[in-house]
Design a binder for this molecule. Structure first.
Ligand code: GLU
Length: 310
């Protein structure tokens, strides 16, 4: 395991990255790509790599999936630093962040059902929902009870430089509108949990799938309003099936077979634009990781999405 000392610096601190799978099923090839990319980038910088289980959305978490993901990572000989952090055990932190935003006037209660929003905003949002038209922004309609809490967003571009995708900008007012931090079912939103956790864990380099690119401006806005640092971002191409859908439980992605060892890891690395020589593919996991850490280059990662090989 690589230590903190001697590692490269990100914003003046030693590099600290993470892999943050949602336990909605066993590890599939798409998540393995994110694990490999984030791991190699961290180790190639002499940095730390944390594992966080993102089960804040209890309705999507599958019993046993977190253990299964962890065992699969172990079988591939990934080595994470420190304890595994589990979001469902950190609700008090999300509560504290929301309270702070409430005291600062950054959030407001919202009484709107999905149907009410659809009735007055037909504008599709980047997250697959509808742009929130601000119905409750100036206060709850008389006699209506709050269902959710929403974050106020500015009507201006939020820009960042992605290490793989290049310059990215998004106007949150147009892309999503004021977005939900605490849902009507009482669950904290992923956007809040990920920002709170990355900051609390000192994560300063985020490497993840490009399917989360559209969430990044929301996360940067939250970081700014909570006075938290913004990490660097690298959004890796995501693996799609032949129909062009992202591999996920919903698209019936098959679990990766950890007994495939280096051959499976080599497929993930090849997907990230780093072809693996035959002798490494047929060698030990130890030699595979040593070679992969030494040769990793984010500059070679293609920006475009790719199709699952096979
Ligand atoms: N839990 C998210 C997922 O599995 C990843 C979140 C992140 O990397 O920021 O899609």
């Amino acid at each position: 395991m690589q230590g903190k000392s001697g590692g490269e610096q990100v914003h003046g601190h030693a590099y600290r990255g993470r892999f943050a799978p949602s336990p909605t099923g066993p590890l599939h090839f798409g998540s393995l790509v994110a694990a490999v990319g984030s791991y190699l980038d961290a180790r190639a910088h002499g940095g730390e790599w944390l594992l966080r289980i993102e089960d804040v959305d209890r309705s999507r978490a599958l019993p046993g999936a977190a253990d299964s993901i962890r065992r699969t990572l172990e079988a591939f000989a990934f080595e994470w630093d420190g304890e595994v952090v589990v979001q469902s055990q950190r609700l008090d932190r999300y509560h504290a962040a929301l309270t702070r935003l409430r005291l600062d006037g950054e959030v407001y209660p919202c009484a709107c059902s999905r149907r009410a929003i659809a009735a007055c905003s037909p504008v599709p949002a980047v997250d697959g929902g509808l742009v929130y038209p601000g119905i409750c922004r100036a206060g709850l309609p008389p006699g209506r009870a709050p269902r959710a809490w929403r974050m106020r967003v500015p009507d201006r571009e939020i820009a960042f430089e992605d290490r793989v995708q290049g310059p990215v900008q998004q106007n949150l007012a147009r892309a999503v509108g004021d977005f939900i931090l605490l849902r009507a079912d009482g669950q904290y939103a992923y956007q809040l949990a990920v920002v709170v956790d990355d900051a609390a864990q000192g994560v300063n380099a985020v490497v993840r799938g490009v399917d989360l690119l559209d969430s990044t401006a929301r996360q940067i806005w939250l970081q700014q309003r909570l006075a938290l640092p913004t990490p660097t971002y690298a959004h890796l191409p995501v693996v799609t099936n032949a129909a062009g859908e992202k591999l996920s439980k919903q698209t019936r992605a098959t679990a990766v077979d950890a007994s495939g060892g280096c051959v499976v890891l080599a497929a993930a690395l090849n997907f990230l634009g780093q072809p693996v020589p035959p002798e490494i593919r047929s060698g030990s996991l130890r030699d595979f990781w040593r070679w992969a850490i030494a040769t990793w280059s984010m500059a070679r990662v293609p920006a475009q999405r790719g199709v699952f090989p096979g």
